[in-house]
Design a protein around this ligand. Structure first.
Ligand code: SAM
Ligand code: SF4
Length: 316
């Protein structure tokens, strides 16, 4: 379905929980209380919404969170969703802490691929940035996902000044050795990230200036990442630049929060409630169509218009 600016809305990102088993410093507030169960959509309600979007022509779906793998019932939910016809791409974004134990069930349920978040290859730095996480679990999770055919696996790495800008080559070599694509994403001023980005933001261009060994590759159609490799290797790396180079005019996404709100833009506080209508057994299709029509043309980050929701609440 087209929005008012002629963009074909074909991609839905669905958060199934705002709770998480990690505490990444730029994402999760220190004193976050657990998401309230009454406010959270049941997985059945979430499925009803996905089905309606599917009827309206969504062909690409991503399940995210918080941490989606901690949500009870996630495997039967994935199994139901993957049975929807004409969904060309169903993926999940996860921190991979639970991936080793769930990879087989996810693959059996029909999930095609996973994106794993990993901001450093150093165990001590990982423990620090995630508030206590164990990098070995993540690496074992990636191996398990590979073994179960969840492919291609993409790793998302948020660029953080003074923390991981010295690890670009190490990530590229790791990509070469493991076959996993690594995509570096600019830190965005969202929730906790608003304070972080003032001091810790570094643009992809600043990184590239200091990395002559990186070689630009041809851009694949539809991808948001600009592809690179490390000269003389098979490394697959990419840069996603929502801050320094905006791609709003190609944005084909809608987002559903775990509390049943629709968002047309990651960076806007405008949300449209679907949960109330759903719980009153009213039709949600007209509300969704209206939300798509009202999708914002562009973000306004350059005017310091930020959302005060956390990324863990929206899903990234
Ligand atoms: N818990 C899962 C995970 O970490 O993969 C899924 C949800 S998490 C909110 C999705 C992605 O958002 C992660 O890759 C995370 O690094 C990224 N993220 C969180 N806050 C961010 C920020 N301020 N700027 C850029 N990316 C951010
Ligand atoms: Fe949890 Fe993902 Fe946020 Fe880290 S980035 S705290 S893993 S939701």
């Amino acid at each position: 379905m087209m929005d008012s600016y002629g963009r074909d809305i074909s991609y839905l990102r669905v958060s199934i929980t705002e709770n998480c088993n990690l505490n990444c410093k730029y994402c999760m507030p220190d004193k976050k209380s657990a998401g309230c169960i009454e406010k959270t959509l049941s997985l059945n309600e979430t499925y009803q919404i996905i089905k309606t979007f599917h009827k309206l022509g969504i062909t690409k779906l991503r399940i995210t969170g918080g941490e989606p793998l901690i949500r009870k019932g996630v495997i039967p939910f994935i199994e139901k969703v993957t049975k929807l016809e004409h969904l060309k791409d169903i993926a999940m974004t996860t921190n991979a802490v639970l991936l080793e134990e769930k990879a087989e069930a996810l693959a059996d349920a029909g999930l095609k691929r996973v994106n794993v978040s990993l901001d450093t290859l150093d165990a001590k730095k990982y423990h620090l940035i995630t508030g206590g996480g164990d990098i070995q679990k993540v690496l074992r999770g990636i191996e398990a996902a590979k073994a179960k055919g969840l492919s291609p696996i993409k790793v998302n790495t948020v660029l953080i000044k003074g923390f991981n800008e010295d690890e670009i080559e190490a990530f590229a070599k790791w990509s070469d050795a493991s076959g996993v694509e690594v995509r570096f994403i600019e830190l965005m001023p969202i929730g906790e990230g608003i304070n972080w980005s003032r001091e810790k933001y570094i643009s992809a261009d600043q990184i590239l200036e200091n990395m002559p060994k990186l070689q630009r590759l041809e851009h694949t159609k539809g991808g948001t990442a600009v592809p690179y490799t490390l000269k003389g290797t098979q490394a697959k790396i990419g840069f996603i630049t929502p801050m320094s180079c905006k791609f709003c005019n190609a944005c084909n996404r809608m987002r559903l929060t775990s509390e049943g709100k629709l968002k047309g833009c990651l960076h806007s506080d405008i949300e449209i409630d679907l949960k109330t209508a759903l719980r009153m057994h009213k039709p949600i299709e007209p509300i969704i169509m209206n939300a798509i029509r009202l999708k914002q043309q562009t973000h306004h980050l350059e005017e310091q218009c930020y959302t005060h929701k956390g990324m863990y609440q929206i899903g990234g």
